[in-house]
Design a protein around this ligand. Sequence first.
Ligand SMILES: Cc1ncc(COP(=O)(O)O)c(C=O)c1O
Length: 388
Amino acid sequence: MVLSNKAQGLKLSGIREINELLQKIPDVIRLEFGEPDFDPPEHVKKAAIDAILQGKGKYVSSAGIPELRRAIVDKLKSENNINYDISEVVVTNGANGAIHYSLEAIVNEGEEVLIPDPGWANYEQAVKAIGAKPVFYPLYEEDNFEPRVDEIEKLITNKTKAIMINSPNNPTGAVYSRKTIEDIANLALQHNLFVLTDEVYEKFIYEEVSSENKHVSIASLNDEIKQKTLTINSLSKTYAMTGWRIGYVAGPQEIMSAIMKLISAEESCVNTISQYAAIAALRGPQDFTNRMIHAFSERRKFLIKGLSEVRGFKSFIPKGAFYLFVNVKELGMDSYSLAIKILKEAHVALVHGSAFGKNGEGYLRLSYAASIKDLEEAIKRLTNLFNR
Ligand SMILES: Cc1ncc(COP(=O)(O)O)c(C=O)c1O
């Protein structure tokens, strides 16, 4: 056997699968990817160019450039109300890198990690990639896709090491209430679990959301839970820097120091040029992000209204992120076949809900990080396909 047992157990995400298929189809409207269609702010691009011209592209600390780590510490203090020391922050290759290293630092082979279903497909692969076991906790539309803490508790065994949470959520767009976050914190403390909180969509919350539903970072609740939490975030979505690969993780110093050693062993350090650009993004004016979120808010309304006219499409009204998770159970087809039919017959690329877990069956995910013109065309094509 050429491949290791671990490598044999991995699979490409359903999103990538749709992406491969659409290459063969002409004139596709692409609503499958979770990527802002904006370009990063000019001052961020300039900072990267300056770093290149000034010869700053050398190896740096495996924990990240101190100046960037300080900018992250300040951001977490002012925006998330969490006090971290610079020794409690490590820069990673996107949030994806932060998730991988966090798991690798605290979870042993054979131990269990609780992950959401539906949830971002990479969580399952990331847990499997370190030889641990993903255990799925279900999310239901009737609860607005907020976790049921009592159901999570039933899944805890003596092998459970951590729970992953993601709010605002991909794929559902749900934003967890303060009460849910508090209940998860209590559960984690009671069972001595670590919490990995993926907050990459924290800024993508739309206007009509009440103060009750504002983004709450679990580590901000109290010091006890902060000691059990790894706060994960990145610049990918907030500054439209997906390919620049800058993320970070913040948590107890002992774990950060282990993550630094793992990065040193596995990839030396994160791209230095991008790190200089990230300092400019975090320290510079924030109007870019506000403008982008305003545009997404308009697109969200446009897509919700347009899809309400498509027969068999019932959108869950999301409070955050930039996805619509649409209930298509009425159409009586499995979500994969439906996504393929839509791709082949309407030339619209979207993702089958089952790509996000068993409980995603019966749904389709559409990203509205696309122009109004594309959304309009997608709605027209879907209406033609389903209303005729
Ligand atoms: C929930 C979630 N977490 C993390 C990521 C990855 O972010 P990054 O580009 O920072 O690795 C994504 C990307 O789609 C995501 O949806």
